[in-house]
Design a protein around this ligand. Sequence first.
Ligand SMILES: N#Cc1ccccc1Cn1ccc2ccc(-c3cc(N)[nH]n3)cc21
Length: 241
Amino acid sequence: MTMRLDYLSIFPAYFDVLDISLLGKAAVNGLVEVHAHDLRDWTHDRHRTVDDTPCGGGAGMVMKPDPWGEAFDEIIGTEPDSSVHVIFPSPSGAPFTQSAAQELSSAVRIVFCCGRYEGIDHRVIDYARSMWTVHEVSLGDYVLNGGEVAALAITEAVVRLVPGFMGNPESLAEESFSAGQDGLLEYPLFTRPVSWRGLDVPEVLMSGHHGRIAKWRRDESVRLTCERRPDLTDSDFGVPH
Ligand SMILES: N#Cc1ccccc1Cn1ccc2ccc(-c3cc(N)[nH]n3)cc21
């Protein structure tokens, strides 16, 4: 099954990068199909205007609904279809999580609506909700200049989970936030040389004792999670007090 990804933006060139590396390979393998669109192609004035001043006053500009609606009609269609996932990156969106990425990895179609200025006229989101499955998502508690970088990050998080994308799917199970890690952060990783600039690989990892190695890794995941992400520790994870 090919996943179709559409990107609506006034800077569609942001998505040229999707031709590179693994994502490029996935497109070649027919796993994903990428289409980037310039929102200004659905404007009709000489200046190809996509923004206007906010109703009710306030700073900045707001993206007009008209170009979005016409782009939706052409790119997605005029009939409701809940299998189409429409993503609006936004600072006021719900935090995007690994479980959201996991759910989206089985979608047949995802359309990213990348706003700029102060954001998109809210009626665009309301209209989209009446037609498709809409996700307003935030990457984190900081403000970007637009939705494109967020769309790229979400794309990478989702596509890498599409069956057949990763050469070694087993590696997915051991990553931070993966279900296999019980929601813990990943333990520190090491490779050769065993000694490097006076820094050595922890002896336990060279012991060949799989039980001790597994315990060290679990303990390190718990330690790191308690230190850096106490919000993820909804239980003690058996942390010794
Ligand atoms: N400048 C400015 C400004 C001020 C208020 C609200 C939005 C913006 C810029 N902007 C316009 C669209 C858009 C989409 C997503 C994000 C976004 C997502 C995360 N997680 N951070 N920022 C920002 C976006």
